[in-house]
Structures are given as structure tokens and as C-alpha cells.
Design a protein around this ligand. Structure first.
Ligand code: GDP
Ligand code: MG
Length: 445
């Protein structure tokens, strides 16, 4: 996907202005890309129209290439469609503002991750929000389901409703609310049974439980990997049960998350949480901008484009690109990059500006460079002699001690910097091999 888009944007990058034809060409590719990311067709159409409306006729900004402008418009529309955008609270979160006990109803198809997510939410509410949580499994269809939740409750350090054989879902739900009232629980999480596919009996059962327990949150749990099917599931659950939010699981897999866009469009319900693994702490807040980046496959390049337009020094970036190709990147260059990064916000960002590097993003992120560290690193490099900067291999214990003292840091800090520089040089060497062609083309555009 990102390769495809990069191709289009490379082509656009080299033209002077954004014409109607340019926009149309880009959008044709965007359309395919979005479909490949599992966004439902009607949703894609809407989005493409919105982008076209906004893009065509828009004045081409100085120092921003038309391509960059298109990226940004596509991205902005995605973010908005996912419930984000300027001035919008980006993390919807759970709404528990009601008299205790507050019920959370978990619904969804079998295997979507309801039981696991119930455990994750329980853990978070207990550990982070200091809530007294009761977990109750209403799944009487699968033999081991109630025991599964009991085990998760133990792991999460919360209580689970004692299992009584022979009770139906509705009975269990009522008992859970009763116990919660009697024993002063803050939150009751009701984990319902799923089916392999939507059926009437399931909908009736869930609707009944909902009517009896009046949950404050009714969360649909959907597997991000189910792609287009997720839309149908979301629509029907919303019509029959009414949803207050959606949890998308398995975002740790390689699904692009296009389903999030469709589900949001079809139900109007916000995506509230993401499941990112099997472990109980693998629960994340939903950030529209991050998912938009993932769907588009161009990550944080987009947001950086805005800032870069004003601050990036094109000549310096091209110099860097040339050095990277020759494998001559040294600590002087690293320090120069740190200064740029100070203006730009992140390192993966500045490198992301160079074409053909989108695929290296994961590695950039694993280099784990955050801004407080960057300041310290700039100070450390400042305390080195020019010779040391050009040839870090000569840095043995005594020199490190001197540099640490000079920069007000520790030898450990110096070692960390050198390790990071090594990682980065190695990465750049790999990158320059892979991205040779991309880098030759037009630098920053
Ligand atoms: P339920 O039938 O909806 O209750 O689904 P379960 O909670 O039992 O989950 C089904 C399987 O999916 C289990 O093996 C879970 O460990 C796994 N699972 C749930 N959420 C996630 C997630 O976010 N990422 C991954 N990788 N696996 C998950
Ligand atoms: Mg279950």
C-alpha cells in the first residue's frame, strides 16, 4: 500500500502545481489503497469525494510540494472520519460517569476477543482507575467460557461472579448486578457469548441482557483481521443492541485497520480501545491519527510535512542523503540532525521526509529516540573533540569520563549515545542499500 502511494506521490512531487488531473490520478490510487486496507467501498467513495472537493482548486502552498499537500489532505480526511481532527478530544475512553455499579456490556462474534478484552478492561480499571471491578461471564454456550473468565479475573486481580451451573445468561446478568449492588462494586463487566456469525437468537439474548442491566457502555468487540465483514457485524449489532463504542482487537497483527474507518462510518459509534496482544496489559487507547497513519501507510510523515514545510533545510537533508549512501555518516552529522530534530519534533520524522523510507519506520521507532534524550545527546557530542566526532571508535574509558564530566552526564549516557549512533549508522547503511533509487530521486521534493 505505502509503496503504491509513494509511487504516486513521487510522480506528483516533481510537478509544479496540483492540477485537477493530478488530484484525480492520486485519488484513483488512494481508492485502491484504501480498499486494500479493508475499508468498505461506500466509505471509500465518500472519503475520496471529500478529498477531491478539498484538494482541487486549493492554492498550492509555497515550499510544500503538491504531493505533500495531497498526502496531508487524504490524511486529514481519514483522521476526521475516524473521529479525530483539530480541536477534537482524541482519546474517547470509557464513560463511567454514572451511579455505581456501572455495567459494561461486551458483545461481538465468537473469537473476536470479548473475554480477553473484558479481562484487559478489568485490569486497567483496577490498576489505573482504582475501581472495584466484578467480571461476570454470561457465556453458557461454550463449556469452558466461564472458567476462562474466572482465570482472567484472577490474573487481573479482580473478582469474578461465582459460577452457578444451569443458569441462563439473563439470570446470570441479574445476579451479577445484584451482587455488585450488595457488595458495592464500582463496575460490572458482562462478558456475553458470541456466535460464529450473526444470528437472531444471539441478538435476542444480547438485547434482553441489555434491557435488564442497563449498561452504561455497550462495547462491540471486533477483530481487526476480519476486514470487510466487520462492517456488517457492526451495523447489525448497532441496530439490534445499540452500541456506545467499539473495541478493535488484534491490531498487533498486520491488518491495516481499515475496518475501523468503516465501522465508525456505519455506526457512528467511536472506536474506544484497541487490543494489541493476548496479554492483559495489551490494551491501548484509540488515537485516530495513528490509525489513519496506519491505513494510509505513510505514518507520521504527514504531520511532519506541516512543520517541515517551515523548518527543514533541504540542502542539509540532501547532504545527509548523500552521506548515508556513502556510509560516511558520523557524529558531526548526528549532531546536525539533532538540531534539525529540535525544530521538527522527531528523528523518524526527518528521515521519513526522504522518499523510500516509509518501510524503515519500525526500525526508526525501535531506535527509540525521544526528545529529552536528544538534548542530552547534543550536549554529549558538544563535549567531544572534532576528531572524536569523526571517529567515535577512539572513545575509550578515559575519554568517555572526560566527555561525561564536560556535558554534565554520566559515562552510561555516553555509552547509550554511542550505541544509538551505532544502531543508526547500521540502519542507514541498510537503508541506503534499499533506498538507493528513492534517495537519488529529488531529495525532499
Ligand atoms: P471471545 O470468544 O470473543 O471471548 O474471544 P477470546 O477473548 O476468547 O479471544 C479469542 C482468542 O483471541 C484468544 O486466543 C485470545 O488470546 C486472542 N486475542 C484476543 N484479543 C487479542 C489481541 O488483541 N491480539 C491478539 N494477538 N490476540 C488476541
Ligand atoms: Mg468469550
Amino acid at each position: 500500500l505505502s509503496g503504491k502511494l509513494n509511487g504516486v506521490f513521487d510522480r506528483l512531487r516533481r510537478r509544479g502545481a496540483l492540477s485537477e488531473a493530478d488530484v484525480s490520478e492520486a485519488l484513483r490510487e488512494v481508492r485502491i489503497a484504501l480498499l486494500e486496507a479493508d475499508v468498505a467501498l461506500p466509505v471509500v467513495k465518500d472519503l475520496v469525494n471529500k478529498v477531491r472537493e478539498r484538494a482541487v482548486g486549493q492554492e498550492v502552498l509555497r515550499s510544500v510540494s503538491p504531493a505533500q499537500q495531497v498526502v496531508k489532505i487524504v490524511n486529514d480526511c481519514l483522521v476526521e472520519a475516524l473521529g479525530g481532527g483539530e480541536g477534537v478530544e482524541h482519546v474517547p475512553g470509557l464513560n463511567l460517569n454514572a451511579a455505581a455499579p456501572v455495567a459494561i456490556l461486551m458483545v461481538g462474534l465468537q473469537g473476536s476477543g470479548k473475554t480477553t478484552t473484558s479481562g484487559k478492561i478489568a485490569l486497567r480499571l483496577r490498576a489505573r482507575d482504582k475501581k472495584k471491578v466484578l467480571l461476570a461471564s454470561l457465556d453458557v454456550h461454550r463449556p469452558a467460557a466461564q472458567l476462562q473468565l474466572e482465570t482472567l479475573a484472577k490474573q487481573a486481580g479482580v473478582a469474578s461472579l461465582p459460577i452457578i451451573q444451569g443458569q441462563g445468561p439473563l439470570e446470570i446478568a441479574r445476579r451479577a448486578m445484584q451482587v455488585a449492588r450488595g457488595e458495592l462494586y464500582d463496575v460490572v463487566i458482562l462478558d456475553t457469548a458470541g456466535r460464529l456469525s450473526i444470528d437472531e437468537a444471539l441478538m435476542d439474548e444480547v438485547a434482553e441482557v441489555k434491557a435488564a442491566t442497563r449498561p452504561h457502555e455497550s462495547l462491540l468487540v471486533v477483530d481487526a483481521m476480519t476486514g470487510q465483514d466487520a462492517v456488517n457485524t457492526a451495523r447489525i449489532f448497532n441496530e439490534r443492541v445499540g452500541l456506545t463504542g467499539i473495541v478493535m482487537t488484534r491490531v498487533d497483527g498486520d491488518a491495516r485497520g481499515g475496518a475501523a474507518l468503516s465501522m465508525r462510518a456505519v455506526t457512528g459509534a467511536p472506536i474506544k480501545l484497541l487490543g494489541a496482544g493476548e496479554k492483559l496489559d495489551a490494551l491501548e487507547d484509540f488515537h485516530p491519527d495513528r490509525i489513519a497513519g496506519r491505513i494510509l501507510g505513510m505514518g507520521d510523515i504527514v504531520s511532519l510535512v506541516e512543520r517541515a514545510a517551515e523548518t527543514i533545510d533541504k540542502a542539509e537533508a540532501e547532504k545527509l542523503a548523500a552521506k548515508m549512501q556513502k556510509g560516511q555518516f558520523d557524529l558531526e552529522d548526528y549532531a546536525a540532525q539533532l538540531r534539525q530534530i529540535g525544530k521538527m519534533g522527531s528523528l523518524s520524522g526527518i528521515l521519513g521526509m526522504l522518499p523510500g523510507i516509509g518501510k524503515m519506520k519500525a526500525q526508526l521507532e525501535s531506535a527509540n529516540l525521544d526528545n529529552s534524550i536528544l538534548k542530552r545527546q547534543a550536549a554529549i557530542i558538544g563535549s567531544m573533540t572534532p576528531k572524536e566526532r569523526r571517529n567515535p571508535d577512539i572513545l575509550k574509558a578515559s575519554r568517555k569520563k572526560r566527555i561525561a564530566a564536560g556535558s554534565g552526564t554520566t559515562v552510561q549516557d555516553v555509552n547509550r549515545l554511542l550505541k544509538q549512533f551505532d544502531d543508526m549508522s547500521a540502519m542507514m547503511k541498510r537503508m541506503s542499500k534499499l533506498g538507493q533509487k528513492g534517495l537519488m530521486r529529488g531529495g525532499l521534493g
